[in-house]
Design a protein around this ligand. Structure first.
Ligand code: AHR
Length: 481
């Protein structure tokens, strides 16, 4: 039997709610026929946004939603998305799917959606194809007090007298790639140029610099020493990629995907060590504003029409559990994380089209983990016959006298039997466990069978071992005495 030690006196810091953040780009079916159906649609909607998604998304307490891209952000002109006459433009992704951008969703609509679900907006500014003045004007439009500037008056004319609450701004996106293929030193200079004017509009917002692409640390070495302290986040991306088909993968491919996902920890540690080496640990935290699996196209309900749309199985749920546990365990370094993407795309929480809308297993993981938001993380150790073991991923946190322990069984062949041991704390005997499991690790939800993978909750007795089925995710809530 494995032992899970919950080391109560060893607090690791507070888990920023924003670690449970999301990302929505104007790409494929994320917005059009996904989140957005239009105000005149027969599909139930609130001011154009799909009602079903608003209700279910709100239920998992999304703290932050990043927009409008991704790569899309690097050709986005905010002026196209405000006012009456909205132009149609070439979408960044047009060369992949031939689709154009109608700009029906712009600044006002997006912030409205965020307000409806209770998330704070995180805007990614285009620094590839604009001037710093252009982005300064967007901030002026969004943030200036009612009646103050001409752009604030224009915002009022467009229906929003009060300033928008947009506390997070990205200075570019993937500027090592689609965002201009810049060299790190050049990017750092550009970032300083933009951040100077952005900071000049508001000192109350957090500005995030473009971080590294997965394990490519040259970017970190080249940028970090050259960024100034106006940027307080280093926004890196890591997609753990693919291993076989999203729906028919083998056991070996399951294992490969777990190892790929587990690299997130090394990426955090390596980037963090460079930040520390440059004396920036106190004011430059890690942001992981795109992460998730990236399976081959075509497994989603639109059968390949929506670019990057993919189905999500129990494997994606366990990747989510593992990744969120890593973030919790490094909450002293990670300020925010945004899973890519919210709907009809990579590692999505929602799949929607026409009248249909379902949640994926990943959605349930976010629901099961939401109690970690704002809680104090504590140290955990899992042993097997007194040796450390990593086949069970775990994190734990405490809030209001309650301990939340979240687990992922990374093995697709072996159940795990766990005994929970409090160190420096007496665990209550009774606990409640929510379990996401299915006998088939390929199980997933479809429009025809939307609840194939759904969690169940039951009281458990901690005097007895906890059984964590193979390829499952669990959340255990315990009162501490
Ligand atoms: O999420 C899809 C794309 O992946 C984003 O637009 C880009 O930032 C990344 O390369």
């Amino acid at each position: 039997m494995k032992k899970l030690y919950l080391v109560y006196p060893k607090k690791k810091g507070s888990i920023a709610p924003e670690i449970y953040g999301h990302f929505s780009e104007h790409i494929g079916g994320v917005f059009y026929d996904g989140l957005w159906v239009g105000k005149d649609s027969k599909i139930p909607n609130v001011r154009g946004f799909r009602k079903d998604i608003i209700e279910k998304f709100k239920a998992i307490n999304p703290p932050v939603l990043r927009w409008p891209g991704g790569c899309f952000a690097e050709t986005y002109d905010w002026r196209d998305g405000v006012g009456e006459d909205r132009p149609t433009r070439i979408n960044w992704w047009n060369y992949h799917d031939g689709r154009y951008e109608p700009n029906e969703v712009g600044t006002h609509e997006f912030v409205d959606f965020c307000e409806m679900v209770g998330a704070k907006p995180y805007f990614a500014a285009n620094i590839t194809a604009t001037t710093p003045m252009h982005i300064r004007n967007w901030m002026d439009y969004c943030l200036s007090p009612k009646g103050s500037t001409s752009l604030a008056l224009e915002r009022e004319k467009n229906g929003h007298p009060e300033p928008f609450d947009i506390p997070f701004w990205g200075v570019g996106n993937e500027n090592w790639g689609g965002g201009g293929h810049m060299r790190p030193e050049f990017y750092a200079d550009e970032c300083r140029r933009y951040a100077t004017l952005m900071h000049n509009v508001s000192r109350d917002v957090e500005l995030y610099a473009c971080g590294s692409d997965g394990m490519k640390y040259d970017w970190t070495h080249g940028t970090v020493p050259n960024l100034d302290d106006k940027t307080t986040g280093f926004a890196m991306h890591y997609y753990c990629g693919r291993a076989g088909d999203p729906l028919t993968f083998t056991n070996e491919e399951w294992n490969a995907m777990m190892s790929q996902a587990n690299r997130m920890e090394e990426i955090i540690l390596r980037n963090w060590s460079i930040i520390c080496a440059h004396g920036r640990a106190h004011n430059l935290k890690l942001i992981v504003d795109e992460w998730g699996c990236w399976h081959p196209d075509g497994s989603g309900p639109s059968k390949g029409y929506n670019l990057f749309e993919q189905q999500s199985t129990m494997r994606d749920a366990v990747v989510s559990a593992l990744t969120l546990n890593i973030f919790n365990n490094h909450c002293d370094k990670v300020r925010m994380a945004n899973v890519a993407q919210l709907c009809n795309n990579l590692h999505a929480l929602f799949l929607a089209g026409g009248e249909n809308c379902i949640v994926t297993p990943t959605y349930h993981v976010y629901d099961m983990y939401k109690g970690h938001q704002g809680a104090e993380a504590i140290e955990t150790v899992v042993t097997n016959n007194e040796e450390l073991t990593s086949s069970v991923s775990v994190s734990a946190s405490v809030k209001d006298g309650k301990l939340l322990v979240t687990l992922g069984n990374l093995s697709c062949t072996e159940d795990a039997e766990l005994s929970l041991e409090g160190v420096g704390v007496a665990l209550g005997k009774k606990a409640r466990m929510t379990l996401l499991t299915h006998e088939d690790m390929h199980a997933h939800n479809t429009f025809d069978a939307p609840e194939t993978v759904s969690p169940t909750t039951a009281d458990i007795d901690l005097a007895k071992p906890v059984i964590l089925p193979k390829a499952s995710v669990a959340a255990i809530e315990v009162e501490v005495e």
